[in-house]
Design a protein around this ligand. Structure first.
Ligand SMILES: [Mn+2]
Length: 319
């Protein structure tokens, strides 16, 4: 919990921060925000991530210093692990042997850390980093503000997803006061994609269909599409939300082939349709309106099973 995190920071000096592979704006923004916070307190801190950081977040202060690491090779008092469901999600060997602090806003997170601070009421981990800054008596510097604002914007869909609360907007307001520029960060996220994203989107959208109820949309991405588009990690961020723009669509599943017969599925829903429950049935997890899972087997069959589970979830809701 928060008080343990505060105590840990006060009593130690050398920290690393990591997040999941293929990090999103909350993963990168919160990691960098925490890094700047620790540095502002006079601590040594660095962000380590396995693989590349998507270009949307490359302009954040400190992004150029993020180290691509596959095995833990520093001497740290503790490693912060930002929004990971389990200790393997960062893809960094050796994490299980060190003191870790699990910081997450997903209720389904395993309590894998030496300290676990989970707040499922936070819109983004960024909101928690802001709270941590206040709890340690830190000042919101311009760097912290820019990074944490990025986390909020991306995880709340520019402040319109159901996780957006009065607290989220209050925090955003404080971040703007501290120097975050909404237009600059908005442009970095929404008007800064490589062309490969548009090319991949064109191919993926060509697969979009609806089930017979007309309320569930299905979309697929093959390995070949990725290759044809010369896509990079992060190019498909948010694709799953596209079909939800249609009034009739209440839930969507977007399945990506990650290896032959192996798929990642993203689920989204509107209103009180709970797709976290659906994801859990298949060994995944997430939030009520946004969840994900990994499955293996026959594509058509898996999609049929997921769509059937989504139909059940719609039935159980008031939608
Ligand atoms: Mn998040």
């Amino acid at each position: 919990m928060l008080s343990q995190v505060v105590e840990l920071i006060e009593k130690n000096n050398d920290f690393a921060i990591t997040t999941h592979i293929k990090p999103d704006g909350d993963g990168v923004g919160s990691s960098l925000g925490l890094c700047w916070l620790l540095r502002s307190l006079g601590k040594n801190a660095e962000v380590i991530v396995r693989g590349d950081v998507p270009p949307s977040y490359a302009s954040l202060p400190g992004a150029e210093e993020i180290r691509d690491v596959s095995e833990l090779n520093g001497n740290y008092d503790a490693v912060f692990v930002i929004e990971c469901s389990d200790i393997d999600r960062p893809g960094i060997a050796g994490l299980e042997k060190v003191f870790t602090v699990n910081i997450d806003h997903h209720a389904t997170s395993e309590h894998f850390g030496s300290i676990n601070w989970i707040d499922s009421t936070a819109s983004a981990v960024g909101e928690m980093i802001y709270n941590l800054c206040k709890a340690v008596g830190g000042r919101i510097t311009k760097e912290i503000a820019e990074c944490v604002y990025m986390a909020l914007v991306t995880d709340t869909g520019s402040f319109h997803f159901p996780n957006t609360s009065d607290r989220t907007l209050k925090v955003a307001s404080e971040l703007i006061k501290a120097g975050a520029k909404p237009s600059k960060i908005g442009e970095a996220v929404y008007y800064n994609y490589p062309w490969s994203r548009i090319e991949l989107m064109r191919q993926v959208l060509s697969t979009v269909r609806r089930d017979e109820s007309g309320r569930i949309a299905m979309m697929r991405q093959t390995l070949e599409m990725r290759e044809n588009a010369e896509a990079i990690d992060g190019d498909n961020n948010g694709f799953v939300n596209i079909p939800l723009a249609a009034r009739e669509i209440k839930a969507a599943v977007y399945m990506r082939e990650v290896a032959p017969n192996k798929y990642r599925a993203s689920l989204r829903s509107k209103g009180d349709i709970n797709v976290a429950r659906v994801a859990e049935k298949f060994g995944g997890g997430g939030h009520k309106n946004a969840a994900g899972l990994g499955v293996e087997g026959d594509w058509d069959e898996l999609e049929r099973d997921i769509v059937a589970a989504l139909a059940e979830a719609i039935k159980a809701s008031s939608e």
